[in-house]
Design a protein around this ligand. Structure first.
Ligand code: HEM
Length: 166
């Protein structure tokens, strides 16, 4: 298995600590995320057929899984590839990821309030960018390699503040 640099240890630790704070209110955070998403991008609402509470739970479970594996993303590459491929079936497009990322970060920011800061924001952007890049690659090609995760890690700084509402 390839050993890849993914995020700094500090970033991983920051995300883990922040996720511990989010988890007790996971259900509310998931629902708040979808409310934000559907307000920001009403055009994608029709893609979501299932009950939002159920979808919110699935999303938060997936995020918990990813957060628990941040120091070894290469070990879950098949899960991320499969998730990306399923998203192709759901009608998700590469251009939808930015609004999803923005709403996720905004939800975390609202939930964590005074515990939120720029360093934590950068860490979440880095994590989201890596997952997004791997999912989009899987959507486009049907597969995703550890090289893609590595590339995403190398360029995560380029997914910068300008993509986010301040
Ligand atoms: C990091 C990014 C994302 C993650 C972690 C994520 C995670 C998930 C998970 C865990 C599910 C449950 C079903 C499954 O496991 O296949 C799901 C479903 C879905 N996601 Fe995502 N997703 C992401 C991005 C997106 C984007 C960009 C879109 C674009 C519109 C999207 C649209 C959907 C839709 C339409 C469903 C199916 C809902 C339904 O069946 O009603 N997701 N997502």
């Amino acid at each position: 298995m390839l050993s890849v640099y993914v995020m700094t240890e500090k970033q991983i630790e920051l995300i883990r600590q922040s996720w511990l704070l989010v988890k007790p209110a996971s259900k509310e955070a998931g629902i708040a995320f979808y409310e934000k998403l559907f307000a920001a991008a009403p055009g994608i609402r029709h893609l979501f057929k299932k009950d939002v509470t159920e979808q919110a739970e699935k999303l938060m479970n997936m995020l918990s899984f990813v957060v628990s594996k941040l120091d070894g993303l290469e070990g879950i590459i098949t899960d991320i590839t499969a998730l990306g491929a399923r998203h192709h079936q759901y009608g998700a497009k590469p251009e939808h990821y930015d609004v999803v990322g923005n709403c996720l970060i905004e939800t975390l920011k609202d939930g964590l309030a005074e515990k939120w800061n720029t360093e934590l924001q950068q860490a979440w952007i880095a994590a989201f960018t890596i997952i997004k890049t791997a999912m989009v690659a899987a959507q486009k090609t049907g597969s995703c390699t550890n090289e893609i995760i590595k590339d995403a890690a190398a360029c995560n700084g380029k997914y910068s503040q300008h993509n986010l509402k301040s």
